[in-house]
Every structure is written in C-alpha cells, then in structure tokens.
Design a protein around this ligand. Structure first.
Ligand code: B3K
Ligand code: ZN
Length: 868
C-alpha cells in the first residue's frame, strides 16, 4: 500500500533538458474504469504496453493507494516491483506488457485541484502537467500517446458523466448508480485526459466544419449560469471558422464539450474534446461581468480551441518545450482577438501585459528562457515568459515572413508533425522549410533569458538628404547563462515629415539592400547602421511599430518628437507607445509635463469620436508596478505613487472641462458594435475618475446616477470604483447594494471584494475584514485572487502590510494548494529592488517562511527569490 504525502523537496531534485530520454515503453491503449463514491474513488486501469527501447517499465504515481497489480495476468507481489512516493518500477519486463492496476484515490479531500478533485457538487480533473499520475499509475509524460477508453460510474444524483471522445455506451449499474463509456479515437498524452461527474445543465449548438463534419457543441454549467454561456458558444463557433480560414485547420471530432467549474487554479484547460474552464473564463454577461472579462472569455475560448491543433494533435516532447504549444497558441489567440476588436487596442493590451509582467519577471530572480533548461517543479514554469514572450517569438517570425510565407511554414509544421510530440527545434525547422526563409537564428530567443536592450540613434545630414539610423543590442549578464548571443530583432519603422505629418515611403532598392523590407528592418548583429536617402528634412522616426520585438528600446527622440507621434503616427499602437514613453520620462526622469499635456489636448478630442476605445487607452498612465521595475537602483514605492498621483491630478485639472463634456456627451447605448460600446464605457469611466480626483461632488452624483441607472457591469463597477476609491458619501450604500444584488453571483461578488481590496487607502484591517467575511473562501482560487490581486494593484500597500498577507497565504497554501501558493508568493519576487529598510524587512519575512514550507512549488520559488 502506498499513500504518499505531498512530496518534500530533499536533495537536488532538479530535472535537466539535457537528460531527456525516450520512454522504454509506449502505451497502445488504456482502459480506465473510474468509480466515484462519496468518500473514495476506485480506479481500475488496463494498459497495453509495448517496448520501444531498452530500460525499465516505469509507471508514475502519486498519492495512490495501490490495491493490486497484474502483469500479463499474473498478480505481482511487492517483491516484483519497486515502489516509492513517485513511481512504480518493473525491471526486466517483457516487450509486450499488459498492466492491470487497481488504486483508490480521494477526490473528496483533494484540495490541490490537480488530478481528480471534488469542487462543490462536481468532480473534475486537471491533469496538465502531471496530474494524471494522481489518478492511476501511468507513464505520465507528454511523449507517451495512447488511445483512451473510459468508463465513469457514479451515483445517479450526478446525471452528467463525461470523458473525452465519443459516448459509446451508457446504462444502469443498479437502482442507485449508473455509468457511461467514452472512447477517444485520437491518440493523446495523459495530460489531456479529462472526466467530469456532476449535476449540470447544458447549452447545445452545432457546427459544420469545412470538411462537412457535423460537430455537436455543448457547454455545461450550473442551471442558473446557462444564460451566461451564449457569448462563449458564439465565440467557439467563430474560433472554429477562424482556424479553418487562417490556418486551414478543421476540427477533428464529432463533439466538443466545455465544462464550467468555479474552483480552478488557472483560466482553462484544453483537454481533448472536453475543455474544463474556470467559470471566470466562460461565463459572460453584460449584467454580471465586465467588458474586460467578456473579452477575456473570448480570448480563452479561442485559446483552448486553438490548442486542439497546437498542443493536442501536435504536442510537446517534454515539459521543457511548453512554450512550443503555449507561445504559439497565445500568438494565435491574440491574432484572433485582433480581428474581434480594434487591432491596435488589442496589441496595446497585450503589450501592456507583457511589459507589466514578463519584462519584470525576466529582469529578476525568476528570469528563465522561454524554453528553460532545468526545473524542479514544472508547475512553476507556466509563466509570462513561457506564454507571453513565447508568443512574441512567433509574432516576430510571422512579421518577418509576412502572411503567405508564415502560412506556408505552419502548413509544413502540421503536415510533418501531426500526431507527434515534438520540440521547439522541430517547429522552427518546419517554418524554415515551408517558408524558404532560414529562421534558425530565432532559436536563440528560446534559449536565453533577459529582455534585450535595443539602442537606436538617428542622424540627419541635410547636404545629402540622408538619414542614418544606428542600432546596438545588448543583454544584461546572467550568472547561469554566460554565453549570451545577439538575437534577430525585426524593427518595424516609419519616417514622418515633421512639417506636414506625412509618412515617407520606404520602398526602394537601396533600402532593400540595407535589409529594410515592407517597413521592417531585421537587425541581427551587435551593431549596425542603415541609411535612408531622399529625405528632404530631419524626419520624426517611429520605431518598433506594433511592438515588433520584445525589447527595451532606448531611442534619443525628443519629447517634442514623441508628442508629434502621439498626434500623427498612423499606427495606433505606436501612438499609445509615444504617450507611455513620454510619461515614463516625466515620472522617472523629471521631464516637463507640458508637451504631454499639449499633445493630449491636440489628440484626444478627435480620437474620442473616431475611436473611443483607443482614446480610452491613450489615457493610460504606466502602473506603479511597471514604473518600479524600470528603476535600476533601489526605489521607494511611496515616491513613485506620489509622482504618479501628482501627474494624474495635473491631467485631471488641465482636462477638467473636457472630461465633463466628454462624459456627458457619450452614450454607449447608441453604439451598434459591442467593441464600440465597450470603448465608450471605458472612456466614460476614465472621465469620471478624473473628475472625481478633484473631489468634485458633481462627479460623485454622476457616478451615483451611473451606478443606479445601468444594467451593465462595466458601468456599474466603474461607478462603484470611483465612489469607493474616493470615499464618496454614496460609497457605503452602493457597496451594500452591490452585495445585495450579487451575493449569489460568484464572479460579480469577486469584483466586490476586489474593489475594496484595491482601495488606495486600504489597510491591514481592510484586508483582514475581507478575508474574515463569510463569503471569503480559501478553497476557491478566484475568491483568494479577488483580494490578493486587488491588494497588489497598489504596490505601496503590497510592500507594507501586504507582505504578511502573501507570506501567510503561501504558508497556508503550501500544504493545501501549492500551485496557487507558489504563484501568489511570486508577487513579492522584486523585494530586492526596494529601498531600505523595506528591503531587509521583506527579506526577513521571506527567510522566516523558508523552514515552514515543504512543497516543491513553494520551496523552488522561495529559493529562487532569495537567491539574488
Ligand atoms: N494548458 C493549460 C495550463 C495548465 C496549467 C497547469 N498548471 C491552460 C492553457 O494554457 O491553455
Ligand atoms: Zn494554453
């Protein structure tokens, strides 16, 4: 009998990419029989295994109570195998091995939300990356692909019994219990296995693929949430069409199911034909969820659907290759979202996330290459670097190739590798072969950490009408990666006539020889200079248009030139980028605020009518967290906050009349498109918050009216935020009203927690009160995040009383839910950049946590964080 506790990190448990070995045995098929009871679950498994290479037969298993094991019908005794907390090993196994096991597991007490677990009245699975080994003994690694047949049996009080593939049989066991048998025709790795047992309602639809396959679509949720599943269903159909049209990829099964679960560690999971979703990523309804949440639902639905090809049909050889499937799938879902709304705003939002999370991660103790070469706990590597920087690498290659060649490359990838478990090298090789362009230099991006610095310097020579642009790239030294190399950087650029605002055409033979093609220069050395001729006056230059590479750009453009770009740049992303660069100079380098204010006054009024969504983003001011990450020396969060507040107050004062006028003139109900209405709502909320900064009671009245007169969550929450954050007299009654309206709507109630936790003047007492509230629940990650995430919106609060909050959670979750515990602890990873005495205070708090935690997840994160 084997009951292993949560594994303790002993000795060195580091796993290295260089040690990869093929598994000795593959699995042709697996028959699973899962019998769910109230206080235990019995899992019978039959594995038909076949030798592929020399070595032991290794079955991975964790927290399993082994009842029996047979090899080719012979019962094995404890002397026939070696069993420890992680694996069962049979030496000298025959080349064909039929392994039958029976184990008992305990989903009812599984708080880690990994493997099979009970969430309220529902039993669900989460097996990526290594959860399947908590269900049965199996070679639980992504390069073992097998055909799964699953029998699920449970009490009839759970009418829904689901697993991957097609339903081939269902029936009664007795008066009390029933069963269903599912077979998945496509071979898959165990991390894509899923099953669900519960009492759920279903929204049904169908879709006919480009090949004429009729696919039954089903979204399962609790009855009262079914009306909130329509947007997800429409998005699913849209994604299916989009993948056919853009990548030539049709769906391959007769059904596609999605199940909404309220207790889930991340956003969603792409299990083959049976996605499991956090309710926050599937339920979308203007009354209960915000516009931002609706956009997220659309992107996650598309993301999981796109995994069917990039991840499922072609999977990863090992977990070091995680960014192969995640980076490519994020790039695909970002492109999909760019088609749904303003492409510029989608890019702005994606880059804002990259800069706010990935850049700081990559410059701190948790920095790692998009494809790491070692890890202790793979769950710690579902990071912004793997996902977001991984996506940027694909975007760079696609920018360089252009649409047609990129498509030829992806076609070749799917042609070569369908049904296989592959590596990043395989991907780049297929793209190269299909497009005819050698992309092998991009492998460097996958293999080294850090955000490259790109320095650019321009010089204009009037006598020859020549403009010269010099580039230099560098990377900060990294102790673990001494051989850092130059990377290929596609620099999308435009030159503008400073007098007329017109753009120069950049199509000439000479430029082509310089390496500039279709407005993109591929800079792939340490240093280089390019020349533009026929430029009749000193131009204003816009670099990295659309953020064509994930680098830190240092370009000596003047503030006036940035202000010019805010007004005349035709690329919406770079228009926004110019505001952000200017603001960073004002906030961090003491530049004067005037050119920014003037440019805002020149730009915004026209934009408000043309593109309210873009106008709303032009009001972005870099977050305190991002600004902190841009300071090289030690810094004080309070200083940054004061400067940022002062800037916002100036903006509010200068644009006071404009804000009010704009607020009163805009009406989201007059917009036809969702994305337009969303833009108007976003802009109105910004206007309201700027007005309220002046302590203007009229602004409070307007917010109060907005709160009361709307049925839309973005409007209601925007108003509530303004009232609560400014301690308006109406705040208390609106908070109470919000609670009364939404106390039974978990996602809306999460917002109620967040709005209070993110109050700029929140205190330890505020957080204590929220975490003691009867609706606070340590078993529901969304609820934990609603407070922890809200608190972290204010770094001043995070780094003062917040430290104890995160440390306390990490300690508690270390045992209960280490995946989440490790993630929350990472909020503190930049402690070493603080001024004294805060730096030492946080360090002591982290050191104190060290002897108190045991899980690989939290221990690895804590060790890395302290090792700076
Ligand atoms: N592949 C899953 C993530 C699994 C995370 C495990 N800790 C969701 C996604 O990226 O689509
Ligand atoms: Zn993914």
């Amino acid at each position: 009998m084997n009951i292993a506790a949560n594994p303790v990190v002993e000795a060195d448990q580091t796993i290295y990419l260089k040690d990869y070995q093929k598994p000795a045995f593959l699995v042709d098929s697996i028959n699973l029989d899962i019998q769910v009871y109230a206080d235990h679950t019995i899992v019978n498994a039959i594995l038909e295994m076949q030798r592929q290479t020399e070595g032991d037969l290794v079955l991975l298993g964790r927290d399993l109570e082994l009842k029996s094991i047979h090899l080719n019908s012979q019962q094995l005794t404890e002397n026939d195998y070696q069993l420890d907390a992680e694996q069962l090993v049979i030496q000298n196994a025959p080349d064909r091995a039929r392994i039958e096991t029976q184990v008992v597991i305990h989903p009812e007490s599984n708080t880690m939300l990994e493997g099979l677990y009970q969430a309220g009245d529902l039993f669900v699975t989460q097996n990526e990356p290594e959860g399947f080994r908590k269900i049965t003994f199996y070679p639980d690694r992504p390069d073992v692909l097998s055909v799964f047949t699953t029998r699920v049996e449970a009490d009839k009080k759970y009418p829904v019994l689901l697993a991957n593939g097609n339903l081939i049989e269902k029936g009664e066991v007795d008066a009390q219990r029933h069963y269903a048998i599912w077979q998945d025709p496509t071979k898959k790795p165990s991390y894509l296995f899923a099953c669900v047992v519960g009492d759920l309602a279903v929204l049904k639809d169908s879709y006919v693929t480009s090949e004429g396959r009729n696919v039954a679509l089903e979204i399962y949720a609790v009855e009262k949430d079914i009306p909130k599943c329509h947007i997800a269903m429409e998005t699913l159909k849209h994604s299916m069409r989009w993948d056919e049209e853009h990548y030539g990829l049709p769906y391959d099964l007769d059904n596609y199911m999605i199940v909404a679960v309220s207790q889930f560690n991340m956003g969603a999971m792409e299990n083959k034909g049976l996605n499991i979703f956090n309710t926050s990523c599937v339920l979308a309804d203007e009354e209960y969820t915000t516009d931002a949440a609706i956009m997220r639902v659309q992107s996650v639905i598309a993301h999981e659907y796109f995994h069917n090809w990039t991840g499922n049909r072609i999977t990863c050889r090992d977990w070091f290759q995680l960014c192969l499937k995640e980076g490519l799938t994020v790039f695909r879902d970002q492109s999909f979202s760019e088609d749904l709304q303003s492409a510029a705003v989608q890019r702005i939002d994606d880059v804002a996330v990259l800069k706010a999370h990935q850049f700081p991660e990559d410059s701190g103790p948790l920095s790692h290459p998009p494809r790491p070469d070692h890890f202790v706990e793979i769950n710690n590597f579902y990071t912004a670097t793997v996902y977001e920087k991984g996506a940027e690498i694909n975007r760079m290659m696609s920018t360089l190739l252009g649409k047609e060649k990129f498509r030829a490359g992806t076609d070749e990838y799917f042609r070569r590798h369908d049904g296989q478990a592959v590596t990043v090298e395989d991907w780049v090789a297929a793209l190269t072969a299909g497009s005819g362009v050698d992309l092998s230099a991009f492998l460097t991006w996958y293999n080294q950490p850090g955000t490259p610095k790109l320095q650019a310097h321009g010089e204009y020579e009037a006598s020859t009408q020549t403009y010269r642009l010099s580039f230099k790239q560098s990377l900060k030294a990294h102790p673990k990666y001494p051989d850092l190399k130059a990377v290929p950087i596609p620099v999308a650029l435009a030159l503008f006539n400073a007098e007329t605002g017109e753009q120069y055409t950049l199509q000439s033979e000479a430029l082509f020889e310089n390496g500039v093609k279709d407005g993109v220069y591929l800079f792939d050395q340490d240093e280089a200079t390019i020349e533009f001729s026929g430029i009749n006056a000193k131009p204003v230059v816009s670099l990295l248009r659309n953020f064509s590479a994930p680098v830190n750009l240092e370009f000596d453009a003047s503030d006036a030139e940035l202000a010019f770009l805010m007004q005349y740049e035709t690329n919406g992303f770079n228009q926004w980028q110019a505001t952000q660069t200017l603001l960073e100079r004002i906030l961090l380098n003491g530049h004067a605020v005037e050119s920014y204010l003037q440019a805002m006054k020149n730009t915004v009024p026209a934009l408000v009518n043309q593109d309210p969504l873009l106008a709303s983003r032009i009001f972005d001011v870099p977050t305190e967290g991002y600004l902190g990450s841009r300071i090289d020396q030690h810094y004080s969060p309070v200083d940054i906050q004061e400067k940022r507040e002062a800037l916002l107050n100036t903006l509010a004062r200068e644009l006071g009349a404009f804000c009010k006028e704009t607020y009163l003139s805009l009406d989201p109900d007059l917009q036809k498109e969702f994305s337009q209405a969303m833009g108007v709502r976003a802009l109105k909320n910004i206007m309201l918050s700027l007005m309220a900064r002046q302590g203007d009671t009229e602004a409070f009245d307007l917010a109060h009216q907005q709160y009361q007169n709307t049925g839309n969550m973005s409007e209601r929450l925007g108003a509530l935020r303004v009232l609560v954050w400014n301690d308006a007299p109406q705040a208390e009654s609106c908070l109470q009203d919000f609670y009364d309206r939404f106390k039974d709507e978990a996602l809306s109630l999460d917002q109620w927690f967040t709005v209070q936790a993110s109050h700029p003047n929140a205190t330890a007492e505020t957080i204590h009160t929220l975490t003691q509230h009867p609706d606070y629940d340590l078993g529901t990650p969304n609820r934990i995040r609603s407070v922890s995430g809200g608190l972290n919106m204010n770094p001043v609060n995070t780094w003062s009383f917040g430290v104890q909050h995160y440390i306390h959670l990490a300690k508690y979750l270390d045992e209960k839910n280490p995946i989440l515990g490790s993630r929350l602890l990472q909020v503190l990873s930049r402690w070493y950049t603080l001024d004294e005495p805060q730096r030492s205070q946080v360090q002591v708090a982290l050191e104190t946590l060290k002897p108190l935690v045991k899980s690989k997840n939290v221990v690895e994160t804590l060790n890395s964080m302290l090792n700076v």
